[in-house]
Design a protein around this ligand. Structure first.
Ligand SMILES: Nc1ncnc2c1ncn2[C@@H]1O[C@H](COP(=O)(O)OP(=O)(O)OP(=O)(O)O)[C@@H](O)[C@H]1O
Ligand SMILES: Nc1ncnc2c1ncn2[C@@H]1O[C@H](COP(=O)(O)OP(=O)(O)OP(=O)(O)O)[C@@H](O)[C@H]1O
Ligand SMILES: [Mg+2]
Ligand SMILES: [Mg+2]
Lengths: 255, 255
């Protein structure tokens, strides 16, 4: 059975896209067949794996709102076992367009049920809690929550947990929090360290042991259209995502 | 006449809140009466000036959707001449709630017309292009666009310009782009430098000369509830925002 993960946090710039594509790449590297669904109108996940945003057809908007068959819209990446459903700018209009539809939260779930024989599907969410993110959470088995090691990013985590519980109660009782990943950790900063201890104290086992350090190679990779894991395998950024993927797989066995 | 600025970019984590509160503080320091309107449900601007998010009344949601008189909801900050209209979680529901309302784009404009004798109003926008941001743009004289010096942040700027032009054409012909501010510039990174030259080449004079450097004192300030300008006046972060404020005032005289 395909395992579907959402990577979500309404706080902007915390590493959702970076976590989505690097986890997906690490799982593809161990020959799991993985699909990245880009649900962010900006299409950062699409660009980060070397694909192009599409307009009008064969994209995550035409699949989930327009009813196109997902298998006709998925494209291969240069990375074996890794596929992507590209984003489209048209996703911007979803909140208003689907506001009156019947069960607007389940459009994506229906579309993903058609996707054949993937081991994992990762959905990259936009920085908001609108209908796009609600569709992602309603369609998912699990959620991974990136939290940047900075004070402003802490404020929104409790809100996000409440939103996830609301979706779980009303639309998707199977939904579980797979884990919280602390990103852009700066070992020289006391604030960064105190944020890590606060989050671990508050959320306990839900927090992955792997900390993702702030690493200058990470923001360089998207300009080459490849995940940092391929751009600079030995970098601290890549190595931390490899460790995180191992931790994700370990939890999968325990679930 | 009150000058109203929106600080907007749908890309997350690019420095919208940081730019809003530090520009507002710099103008308050030269005795302009300034109001920060926090339109982001996360309330980062509210927290960054030492106030608290409010629920149920006297917040940016009850003012712009509920029709409360803005003058009853504004609170002083510890900084002379600086006031804030706190955010509320209830802002999350605006897209769906106002979808059927008449002229949903003008709710904020009507509410801000009541705000008395401010020299400047700065609206901190969430990382999205939904009804909250549309209300902010429809109510504003000018927009300031923070762009992080990283590759993924470039992708969305052209989209944002299109959105601004759409709002200008359909809802607010006076709206102008005041400027683009490049943030989190890292002088050691070639990518950062090439992003600066790309943005300057593409957008020319619209780009402010002042570059905001990546500076570790900036993310520390919100945990103390004060803008970096007061937290560490001599830091590179503060000094760059003071220079930016001077540039903003210079452009104001030229407009
Ligand atoms: N560990 C890291 N170290 C350094 N830079 C990072 C790290 N993780 C992400 N980045 C960079 O920070 C920026 C924000 O990351 P990313 O785009 O993945 O966040 P996001 O949460 O998906 O943003 P949005 O809210 O806009 O969707 C990007 O330029 C990315 O390359
Ligand atoms: N020049 C800078 N140097 C270092 N850190 C910065 C700088 N500007 C902002 N930051 C930090 O980066 C994070 C993101 O900035 P900020 O919250 O202002 O962005 P935003 O665009 O408002 O985010 P959102 O999209 O969630 O509203 C914050 O933790 C902030 O303190
Ligand atoms: Mg993203
Ligand atoms: Mg913000």
């Amino acid at each position: 059975k395909t395992r579907i993960f959402s990577v979500s946090n309404q706080k902007g710039g915390v590493g959702k896209t970076t976590t989505t594509i690097n986890l997906a790449t690490a799982l593809a590297a161990v020959e799991k067949k993985v699909l990245v669904v880009d649900l962010d109108p900006q299409g950062n996940a699409t660009v980060s794996v070397g694909a192009k945003r599409r307009l009008g057809s064969k994209n995550s908007y035409t699949v989930f709102v327009g009813g196109e068959n997902i298998n006709d819209c998925i494209c291969k990446t240069d990375i074996p076992y890794l596929y992507v459903l590209p984003a489209s700018k048209e996703l911007l209009g979803v909140d208003i367009e689907l506001a009156d539809a019947e069960k607007p939260q389940f459009f994506l779930k229906k579309a993903l049920e058609q996707a054949q024989d993937f081991d994992y599907i990762f959905i990259d969410c936009p920085p908001a809690v609108g209908l796009l993110t609600m569709n992602a959470l309603a369609a998912s088995d699990c959620v991974i929550i990136p939290v940047q090691c900075e004070y402003l990013a802490l404020e929104g985590v409790a809100d996000l947990m409440k939103t996830i519980n609301k979706i779980k109660k009303n639309f998707n009782p199977e939904l579980r929090i797979h884990g919280i990943v602390l990103t852009m950790f700066d070992g020289r900063s006391n604030l960064s360290k105190s944020i890590v201890s606060d989050v671990k104290e508050f959320f306990g086992d839900q927090v992955y042991d792997t900390l993702i350090p702030r690493n200058v190679r990470i923001p360089e990779a998207p300009s080459h259209g490849i995940p940092v894991m391929l751009y600079d395998y030995k970098s601290a950024g890549s190595q931390s995502y490899i460790r995180l993927a191992a931790e994700v797989l370990k939890r999968e066995r325990e679930f």
